[in-house]
Write a protein of this length. Structure first.
Length: 329
């Protein structure tokens, strides 16, 4: 199905205008969290995340800020019995589905924190369709970005805002894939997906562009953290600087990807959780050795792999095959 051909150049004989009518409409009004903020859920979250910040335990405990959305979620029973929920989101999705934009992928979320959540707080929330983009063409296909905004309150006081963005799209037509063992012509090879660069991690990618792997360091307590975050998980301090990794590490864990065969990737390949000598861990590819020779505990060294004219990524080579600090692949 070709949405552009079926519905006109704007994706729908007025579809864009119809979608714009959903902006500002409420998706939930007066929603109520299923549970009060509580210590067991905080403990489970911290155990899953490996977060040992003492602020989340004891009589004066607060909830980790990143749990903001968790207190609003419906669980396995779904949304059908939730108070205040309108049919706005379902109507919007049905309109897009009917126009041929039947696939969906989450693209990013943003959260703003206004006050800490504490055990015993009652959570209420309102959500709305904040924006619907014009028709966009992406590597996945052509579609529309839909941004939902949720305002979350604790005991009636605004505690934070959660924005969630999805792409509702019609999958792009793919060229036939080469047979097993056949090289993919360079001129038709899809590009690797682009990393999501935002205000919290832009400095990391600037460092990669200079062949430097930068790690955040809290200027209050000195704790290193990776991936980049807006605040310290150890003490909560907002201020930080960076240290450059020396590039040495070991494979802490790994998987070998065989299926599904994503465009721009040639399975099988090894994806590893590498523990750097500085003590933090990073997910990346292990290259330069057969995938079936990657092992837990294998020493590796940082390299930089040029994927295309715009994208370069930090990867790791087995230490005995690495070409020295900051080697290129």
């Amino acid at each position: 199905m070709d949405p552009a051909g079926r519905h006109g150049r704007d994706g729908g004989g007025g579809l864009s205008e119809r979608l714009k009518e959903y902006e500002g409409r409420a998706a939930t009004a007066g929603g109520v969290g299923r549970d009060l903020v509580n210590a067991p859920m905080i403990r489970h979250w911290c155990e899953a995340m490996g977060d040992t910040n003492p602020a989340y335990t004891g009589p004066d405990a607060v909830a980790p800020p990143t749990m903001l959305q968790a207190w609003t979620m419906s669980g396995l029973s779904g949304h059908t019995d939730r108070p205040g929920r309108s049919g706005t989101y379902d109507e919007l999705f049905a309109l897009l589905d009917g126009a041929g934009y039947t696939s969906v992928v989450a693209t990013d979320c943003e959260q703003d924190y206004l006050r800490p959540l504490r055990p015993g707080d009652e959570i209420t929330f309102d959500s709305m369709i904040e924006s619907v983009s014009g028709r966009k063409t992406t590597k996945l296909g052509t579609g529309y970005f839909v941004t939902t905004r949720m305002d979350i309150r604790a005991n009636g006081e605004l505690a934070g805002t959660h924005r969630f963005r999805i792409l509702k799209y019609a999958p792009a037509q793919r060229s036939p894939q080469p047979g097993a063992g056949e090289p993919r012509p360079a001129e038709v090879r899809p590009r690797r997906p682009r990393p999501v660069i935002n205000r919290d991690n832009a400095g990391f990618w600037e460092g990669v562009g200079r062949h430097r792997l930068l790690i955040q360091r809290c200027t209050d307590c000195g704790a290193l953290r990776f991936p980049w975050l807006p605040g310290c998980g150890a003490c909560g301090g907002p201020d930080w600087d960076t240290v450059e990794s020396g590039g040495e590490g070991t494979v802490y864990s790994y998987v070998v990807m065989h299926h599904p065969p994503f465009p721009a990737f040639d399975p099988p390949y090894a994806v590893a959780l590498v523990e750097l000598a500085e003590g933090v861990r990073i997910v990346s590819n292990v290259v330069g050795v057969p995938h079936d020779e990657v092992r837990i505990g294998m020493p590796v060294r940082l390299a930089f792999q040029r994927c295309d004219e715009e994208l370069e990524l930090p990867v790791f080579r087995a230490a005995e095959t690495a070409g020295g600090p900051g080697g290129r692949s």
